[in-house]
Design a protein around this ligand. Structure first.
Ligand SMILES: *Cc1c(COP(=O)(O)O)cnc(C)c1O
Length: 479
């Protein structure tokens, strides 16, 4: 054996061993794809090591998205990962499960009696609420165009008939995207000290004949507050009595849509209301599926609510069905997982889970109040989002941004950020309580919150505390 042969043999053995591999002694490729392959175990471990300091899912209190599913669901998803949800002929059972989920949602959201069959309403899975909002917005826009044309408007004359959409100013960014992509004017109803959700005293001031619809938000991303959609529905009904073009409401219930139906304390916000025509939800928020799924349902399956030009024919079992979604290929795994969650937990299971979530959220509010320095902005008695600000009379030498950094040292992610326009001088902190946040995790968090605040008080004493400290020092010196 030559020296070279021995080295080659060593190398072959070492490649089986991650720590001794050549690659683990080198920096990760980042600019150009590497010339040579590496052993799959080595590559997999390198990627795993690279992810080392990413957030620990259960300590990430910033996200709305699911970070924990049951092992059975994990397995199901893995087995369906190689399917394509759009191939409805090849995966007819996945397509069927998609429709079953749409039907479950339509019923949860109170479709009217007499139209409780799948053919009466219509919907689709999406990649997330963003795609659902986009579709909801588009159906409002195209529906408005048809009605405006029929009413004799010259809709090509953008000076007099530029379409607009009315929404409160704490909207999620997808609505800005929608309006930019489709050249729709975004009319924001501002928030103020008294109105942290849609201002019902003024919303109708923003409406005119070019309004394609109003979006009600059942769960404002910033604060977890909800728009009073029942009130909005009344206002719209009143307006529609004399309107040339009757108005409609789309509800963005990205996170509230799979929470509100299972707990007490919400006014009607869904299809029970006359003018609500479509609703979107994120399956990957309180639908408890990993990121990559959302839903939209239209209350009635007609061309008025979901215009014909938004329905595309795809083959299905020798016939064709409507394809509505914007995205085409994506895995069927998320649909399978959503259906699993629905039949696994059932209504009572969802109730039990969401009531636990609420309990944790209320407990956090109690604990936050005990510090005596916070003002509660959202208390978890409706949607399980905890938001707070520093009270005006809180005499501390640090900010919520400092608190964010301090909590991060304990591994918790709790973002601080300003409120929307008009109130953007106010900074708040937010925790999204998700089903994976058990009371044990909440208790642990509260312990660390005490440590974090004590640490901050020491490092950044409030002005008057400095005097107090000096007094003590003086006292000790003169003694
Ligand atoms: C999260 C959210 C969205 C966007 O949803 P994705 O599922 O992340 O695409 C839209 N609207 C509201 C109110 C949200 O909270």
């Amino acid at each position: 054996m030559t020296n070279n042969d021995e080295q080659n043999l060593d190398r072959v053995d070492l490649e089986k061993n991650f720590l001794g591999s050549i690659e683990s002694g080198m920096s990760l490729p980042t600019d150009k794809m590497p010339e040579h392959p590496m052993a799959p175990d080595v590559a997999a471990q390198l990627v795993q090591h690279y992810r080392l300091n990413e957030a620990k899912a259960d300590q990430n209190l910033a996200t709305f998205c699911t970070t924990e599913m049951e092992p059975q669901a994990d397995k199901l998803m893995l087995s369906a990962l190689n399917t394509n949800a759009i191939d409805k002929s090849e995966y007819p059972k996945t397509a069927a499960m998609e429709n079953y989920c749409v039907s479950f949602l339509a019923h949860l959201w109170g479709v009217p009696d007499g139209q409780k069959m799948y053919k009466d309403f219509i919907g689709t899975s999406t990649v997330g609420s963003s795609e659902g909002c986009m579709l909801g917005g588009l159906s409002l826009l195209l529906g408005w165009k048809h009605r405006a044309k029929a009413a004799g408007f010259d809709i090509d004359d953008l000076h007099t008939h530029k379409p607009n959409l009315v929404i409160m100013s704490g909207y999620q960014v997808v609505w800005e995207k929608f309006c930019t992509y489709w050249n729709v004017e975004l009319r924001q109803v501002p928030i103020d000290g008294e109105h942290m959700s849609m201002d019902m005293d003024h919303v109708m001031d923003y409406v005119d004949e070019n309004t394609i619809g109003i979006v009600g938000i059942q769960g404002i991303t910033y604060t977890g507050a909800v728009d009073d959609i029942q009130k909005l529905d009344k206002l719209v009904s009143e307006y529609n009595k004399t309107a040339v073009l009757p108005l409609r409401i789309h509800v963005d219930s990205a996170f509230g849509g799979l929470f509100a139906p299972f707990v007490d304390g919400f006014k009607p916000w869904d299809f029970r209301l006359k003018n609500v025509v479509s609703i979107n939800v994120s399956g990957h928020k309180y639908g408890m599926v990993y990121p990559g799924i959302g839903w939209i349902v239209w209350k009635k399956n007609n061309y008025d609510y979901l215009p014909k030009e938004m329905r595309f024919q795809v083959p299905y079992l020798g016939k064709t069905v409507d394809s509505i979604a914007i995205n085409f290929s994506h895995s069927g795994a998320h649909i399978v997982a959503q259906y699993y969650n629905f039949i696994r937990f059932g209504v009572n299971g969802f109730k039990a889970i969401m009531n636990n979530v609420r309990k944790v959220s209320l407990k956090l509010t109690d604990e936050l109040k005990k510090f005596g320095i916070f003002e509660i902005v959202n208390d978890g008695s409706q949607l399980p989002i905890n938001c707070w600000k520093l009270a005006d009379d809180a005499n501390v030498g640090w900010t919520l941004y400092d608190l964010e950094s301090e909590l991060a040292k304990h591994g918790w992610q709790v973002p601080a950020y300003p409120l929307p326009k008009n109130r953007d001088d106010t900074t708040i902190s937010r925790i999204v309580v998700r089903p994976s946040m058990t009371m044990t995790i909440a208790d642990d968090f509260i312990d660390d919150l005490h440590l974090a605040i004590n640490g901050l008080n020491k490092a950044h004493p409030a002005p008057q505390n400095i005097f107090a400290d000096e007094d003590t020092v003086q006292h000790m010196v003169t003694k």
